[in-house]
Design a protein around this ligand. Structure first.
Ligand code: HEM
Length: 503
């Protein structure tokens, strides 16, 4: 570890803290966004805080996002930042347990499975899962049995967690996983998930029962996926639309196929990558829709406009039609702006890295150096909530994305409040670029590959629910809980609902 002194002009300022090793863990863990806004006022866009002995250098704003997500392979490493959390959960030889060029090949294999052809098949399957859930889950008895005017209540997070795993397994994960969900698989999943927490990130090797459970569950789940592949050998599955079928056909550049074990571990990685991110997003979207019945009604009208049949029913949608629903798209986009499931993106510095002068320049000819051994961290959740960038930054307002004057004019401030001068936030501010202030799916080489799948899954889940239910909230929107890996709504997060008239 290099000693960081706030007096050294070459290293970023260190956030003041009372307890040496502990550092700013409490403030960061409790509310990272608020903590970073306060630090920015005091120290500027680049500063270092201490997190249980680790030196975390934060780079804020669109340029900070670029600094972290656009970092050079020779200078920063995602695998060194994440592997001790992910490898015990996903398993060996995949994702951050392999060199970056292998991860890039593995992402290409997964992209092959996330094809338009497969998405076309998924839309109907997801709708079917949601319908079945509404008809059968005890939370929705009022939906099935009650009088049309009777109001029931469901827990948004619990229901969205269940629906997310049901729909992901029915589509991506494959029918064997879907069939096992009611049995052993759910327990394995819970034990594995119990090992994917901030505690595991901070302390990889504690002698705790939850760590041992995680390891047992990883092995059992890995064996389960290997067994599915063995069982499939007797039949032709090459035309199946799930990821197991897609990965079975893939080869590394040197001609070697993926092993069954690697495929098993990629499947676990995908399960973990998509589960909390999508279920949190669906929960936040429903909570906001329940809070804004005017938007929920407009969403329902969008469905009626596109899908009503002569006999007054709503027909099934296709993948192409789903992609062409502007309000639905805006609801998801805006929910991911206000509630990005992943608030911090972290890399480990493996070679001293200079901070570009335009991002932080402590003197005329100086830039900071972030020393090897530090971590660098960008916070898309902050740039997505920055009043310097967004009008009414804290307001959930899906309409900002569909204003006829164009996204840039509506969603972003294009002028400086104080001077009235035009502000340029860089190329395509909402683009996929590393310098965008809007990065719920990250950017650069480690950018998410699950975005399109998430949009299909969220789009069908939300529209099917809005077709069936009217919703309202008796309480304010819950505050975010930052104590989990993924930012979830605090409990209770109950939504009141009743059936829509047309059923
Ligand atoms: C990477 C967010 C769903 C698979 C990422 C990253 C973010 C993210 C922020 C970048 C992490 C970093 O740079 O450190 C989300 C959100 C989702 C979502 C908000 C849903 C709303 C999914 C799904 C899958 C998936 C459904 C799989 C089907 C991946 C993979 C990576 C990734 C493989 C690449 C990791 C890397 O290259 O290092 N995701 N994700 N994600 N995500 Fe997602």
């Amino acid at each position: 570890w290099q000693v960081v002194s706030p007096k050294d002009p070459n290293v970023p300022p260190v956030v003041f803290h009372w307890i040496p090793i502990f550092g700013s863990a409490a403030q960061y863990g409790h509310d990272p966004i608020n903590f970073f806004f306060k630090c920015r006022e005091k120290y500027g866009d680049v500063f270092t805080f201490i997190l249980f002995g680790r030196k975390m250098t934060v780079a804020l704003g669109p340029k900070g996002n670029h600094f972290v997500t656009g970092g050079k392979l020779s200078e920063v490493s995602a695998e060194e930042a994440y592997t001790h959390l992910t490898t015990p959960v996903f398993g060996k030889d995949v994702v951050y347990d392999v060199p970056n060029h292998i991860l890039m090949e593995q992402k290409r294999f997964v992209k092959f499975g996330l094809s338009v052809e497969n998405f076309r098949a998924y839309v109907g399957l997801i709708e079917d899962e949601v319908e079945t859930y509404l008809n059968n889950d005890p939370s929705f008895t009022v939906y099935g049995l009650g009088d049309i005017n009777e109001w029931g209540s469901f827990n948004a997070l619990k229901c969205m967690q269940e629906l997310t795993i049901f729909t992901a397994s029915r589509t991506l994960q494959g029918k064997e996983v879907r069939a096992s969900l009611d049995k052993s698989f759910a327990d394995l999943y819970n034990d594995l998930d119990g090992g994917f927490t901030p505690l595991n990130f901070l302390f990889p090797n504690l002698p705790l029962e939850s760590y041992r459970k995680r390891d047992r569950a990883q092995k059992a789940m890995s064996d389960f996926y290997v067994q599915i592949q063995e069982n499939r050998k007797d039949e032709d599955h090459s035309h199946d639309h799930d990821m197991l079928a897609a990965l079975a056909s893939q080869k590394y550049k040197d001609g070697t196929p993926l092993t069954e074990r690697q495929i098993a571990h990629i499947m676990i990685a995908l399960l973990m990558a998509g589960q909390h991110t999508s279920s949190a997003t669906a929960s936040w979207a429903l909570l906001h829709l329940a809070d804004r019945p005017d938007i929920a009604d407009a969403l329902y009208e969008e469905q009626v406009k596109h899908f009503s049949t002569p006999d007054g029913k709503l027909r099934a949608m296709t993948y192409e039609e789903l992609k062409d629903l502007p309000l639905l798209d805006s609801v998801i986009r805006e929910t991911l702006r206000v509630h990005p499931p992943i608030h911090s993106i972290i890399r480990k510095v493996i070679k001293d890295v200079p901070v570009p002068g335009s991002l932080a320049n402590p003197g005329p000819d100086l830039t900071y150096i972030v020393p090897k051994g530090h971590y660098i961290l960008s916070c898309p959740a902050l740039s997505q909530a920055d009043p310097a960038v967004w009008r009414d930054a804290n307001k959930w307002d899906p309409l900002r994305w569909s204003d006829p004057e164009g996204v840039a004019a509506q969603a972003f401030k294009t002028y400086d409040d104080a001077t009235g001068e035009k502000v340029d936030y860089g190329f395509g501010a909402v683009s996929k670029g590393t310098e965008s202030p809007y990065q719920p799916f990250g950017a650069g080489r480690h950018r998410c590959i699950g975005e399109q799948f998430a949009y299909v899954q969220l789009g069908v889940v939300l529209s099917t629910i809005v077709r069936r239910l009217e919703m309202k909230l008796d309480t304010p929107i819950p505050s975010p809980d930052f104590h989990t890996m993924i930012t979830l709504p605090k409990k209770p997060c109950n939504i009141r609902y009743r059936r829509r008239n047309f059923d």
